[in-house]
Design a protein around this ligand. Structure first.
Ligand code: DGY
Length: 326
């Protein structure tokens, strides 16, 4: 009997073609997804689950899925999945690293520029008919060239930001748990600094750490106190890494000049105080949203699921220790 696959939400059709060649697909072709009860019922007889970051895959879902072999997340982040539970049950989890690096770094840099140069605010002003004349200080913002970009978390996307910053003649400093190899620092023209120096010296601070117990609220009031009043914060990683209320306070009081946010603590809800502020650019978690990249993410997830169903090692395992154990 062919293996059974559940796809929880709408994906690009190329992924469905791959999955249909690998087994029988139950495809919930909606953006709304499934309720917790519907998900548990639908996954009950499946060997593969293709899900998205908006699907919470917890112990209850895995309890309901005694035959499940693989959870293929259509995202590089996997904080929506209880990895220890999956690993404990021998379920491989996969993600989509690499394919979205440049697209997400493009968006992070766009937010940096939009927040620094007040583009969204100026656009609202013009559209609302308030522009009457050229003025010397109309929407004066903060220069990008010649300024310092601080990168918190030097993964693939952090390095993508460093590459872009080189083209703008920025100084780039970074902090991570581990220092990069000297050849990487040379290639990207980046300097390692301690955490406090990162917050103190950055004119633009871009967050690129995954969400876990260590990084939740890693950027909060203590960090905003360290930052320059002219500094711009950019977050394209996961919302809960930044304490949203503390950020709203810092933006209201002028402790931090502005922010560009793609991710939020409780998506799709956004802290109302942020919504009321002019000095923050808000976009709805679209970091990887180009047609090409989102298609590649979908096909990558499909290939991961298909590999496991064919008894092969998936290309992008999150819990590879399960493969080592085989
Ligand atoms: C991810 O992949 O984790 C992003 O947040 C969505 O592309």
């Amino acid at each position: 009997m062919p293996p059974r696959i559940l796809v929880t939400r709408h994906v690009y059709p190329e992924a469905i073609a791959i999955l249909e060649a690998a087994g029988d697909v139950q495809y919930n072709d909606t953006s709304a997804g499934l309720s917790a009860d519907q998900l548990q019922a639908a996954v009950a007889d499946k060997q593969a689950l293709v899900c998205q970051l908006t699907d919470r895959i917890d112990a209850a879902v895995m309890d309901a899925a005694s035959e499940l072999k693989v959870i293929a997340n259509v995202a590089v982040g996997f904080d929506n999945i209880d990895i220890p539970v999956a690993t404990g049950r021998g379920i491989l989890v996969t993600n989509t690293p690499g394919v979205l690096t440049d697209t997400t770094a493009d968006l992070a840099f766009a937010l940096l520029m939009a927040a620094g140069r007040r583009i969204a605010e100026a656009d609202r002003f013009l559209r609302s008919g308030q522009w009457h004349q050229w003025e010397i200080d109309l929407f004066s913002g903060h220069d990008i060239h010649g300024h310092t970009l601080g990168i918190l978390g030097l993964g693939r996307i952090g390095l993508g930001m460093a590459k872009r910053a080189q083209g703008f003649g920025m100084r780039v400093i970074y902090h991570d748990l581990e220092r990069a190899a000297p050849e990487v620092e040379d290639e990207y023209g980046i300097e390692y600094v301690d955490r406090e120096t990162l917050f103190r010296d950055s004119d633009f601070l871009s967050v690129h750490v995954p969400l876990n117990d260590r990084t939740r609220h890693m950027v909060g009031s203590a960090e905003f106190e360290l930052m320059k009043p002219t500094a711009v914060l950019v977050n394209t990683s996961r919302g809960p890494v930044v304490d949203e209320r503390a950020l709203a306070e810092a933006l209201e009081s002028g402790q931090v000049a502005s922010a560009g946010l793609d991710v939020f603590e409780d998506e799709p809800t956004v802290e109302p105080r942020l919504l009321a502020l002019e000095n923050v650019v808000l976009v709805p978690h679209i970091g990887s949203a180009s047609i090409k990249t989102r298609t590649r993410m979908c096909t990558m997830a499909a290939k991961n699921a298909a590999a496991v169903l064919a008894g092969q090692a998936p290309p992008n395992p999150v819990n590879p220790e399960l493969l080592d154990a085989e």
